[in-house]
Design a protein around this ligand. Sequence first.
Ligand SMILES: *Cc1c(COP(=O)(O)O)cnc(C)c1O
Length: 256
Amino acid sequence: MSGRYNIFMSDLVSFIRENHQFALDQIAAAARKVGRNPDDVKLVVVTKSQPVEVAQAAIQAGVRILGENYPEEGVTKIQSLPSQSGVEWHMIGHVQSRKARLVAEYFELLHSLDSLKLAKRLDRFAAKQDRILPVLLELNVGGEDTKAGWVVSDDSQSNRFLPDVRAILDLPNLRVCGLMTMPPLGTDAEDSRPFFQRLRLLRDQLVSLHPEADWKELSMGTSADYMVAVEEGATLVRVGSAIVGARRYKSEKEAL
Ligand SMILES: *Cc1c(COP(=O)(O)O)cnc(C)c1O
């Protein structure tokens, strides 16, 4: 570990511990407000584009689920930290086909499955690992060109989604657990609410179409809008900057 981080490690741990606790309290308040059990919401702390020391400090601060956007960056962190029981790593960013093996090997849950092609590759690599990989289907509820996921902003596009769902549900080494979305960037947390509602509605439709699958998880909400997401049924919220601070370096994608 670099000297600079040795000096500040304890400050970093308390900074993250405080922010983490604050976010947990906010989640609990949002859940109670709508009559939900706070225990039904899991907080994924996003450490993408942060040095490994930040992930280490988060674990020391009591964080149990870490989220990464880039498979290689995530695997580097996983490998450089001693494996700790009860600590899970989730992949939340777009996965290129050639990175499928890393995801199938190292991550507990993929939030961002966005194509049948990727699903088939993950299924093959998961089989080689002799495991079943839990996945969420990423839906592009805002219909933006810049976002990954199946576009479901109108019914004609949803027609392409449903055959893909059927094919993915048949893959033996993937287990579909629910849906994920990234709404269009708004100016206010409330701007995200209709998109979160739409994801929940789509989930309810999938439950009736495919009751054999488990559609329990709704991964939605970031630092900007996680309380609204919890009010709308999120079971997983993905919070980065509000807990670990501003990202230290630009990720490949954000640098574009
Ligand atoms: C970066 C990222 C987050 C976290 O964003 P913050 O604004 O730092 O909370 C959540 N989800 C995804 C998919 C991300 O890429």
